[in-house]
Design a protein around this ligand. Sequence first.
Ligand code: ADP
Length: 334
Amino acid sequence: RELVSPDAEGDERLIEAALRPRRLSEFIGQARVREQLSLVLQSALLRGRPPDHVLMSGPPGLGKTTLAMIIAAELGAPLRVTSGPALERAGDLAAILSTLSDGEVLFIDEIHRMARPAEEMLYLAMEDFRVDIVVGKGPGATAIPLDIAPFTLVGATTRAGLLPAPLRDRFGFTAHMDFYERAELEQVLSRSARLLSMTLPGEAGEEIAGRSRGTPRIANRLLRRVRDFADVRAEGLITRDIASAALNLYEVDAEGLDRLDRAVLTALLRRFGGGPVGLSTLAVAVGEEPETVEVVAEPFLVRQGLLARTPRGRVATAAAWAHFGLPVPPGAFG
Ligand code: ADP
């Protein structure tokens, strides 16, 4: 599953960094988000003030980190990067906030995983550019207010629903990132192929794009797997057939479903008769954390019309039965 997992590790991270678009004009797809963001940034530049705080939500690998970097680049501002899980104590956040420079962009990835005390400190910082440093413990503790430089917070989350309302409300602008269209992924692929000095015929690009789960990170990763395959088995020549053979080897099917997607669907169909079944029961059946099933697999399955989230649990659609060539059992839809 590592091959198509939307999270990058090690060397892959370096290649990813090299493939990142640096400016808004280079960023492919997400037309609405791009336009909205461009207005927010341009008006801030006109006024000479840092823009409102920006929240980006959406599944992993869609370009949230890339956009955070682009925001800083477009503003000509320095960027500080951290993540929710790294902010365990209020002190961790205070150390960052108190050393921000004027107009700096602070990117907090997985902001929904920040610890409570840090979150509360962030409210005040976002609103008043101030932090209260608590000195001492118990009844003798005093809060010393400290002014901090005006900054722009860019938060990213895979689960906007988990953000407490007071935090969500303090963002001036929320960008909802959606899965990419196939044609957009083709553009991502041809750009990446150019940067990696590869020859990628349109047909092969189309094949890879169709199997990338609507996700640029996966498209880029599959592109490199296709290149490996072509280098070893076809003297470096990439064709549609070569791409298709490579992707079959990595267990990505023609609809772009990967191993986890298929595991979730087959469990739902075969073990639970198509549902409804609760998220945690389903997760146990595929041996994954509920969060992985919910954040990584489900959004794409929902978007493909294969799975529905209902108040009574997860339900397979008629298309899901068809995808696996199974007859819909009588009474499957209530
Ligand atoms: P996220 O933070 O949402 O998980 P990233 O910003 O890390 O996603 O994007 C993952 C990779 O996908 C990046 O390395 C980048 O090369 C590529 N990518 C994402 N969005 C785009 C885009 N719109 N155009 C081109 N490449 C993109």
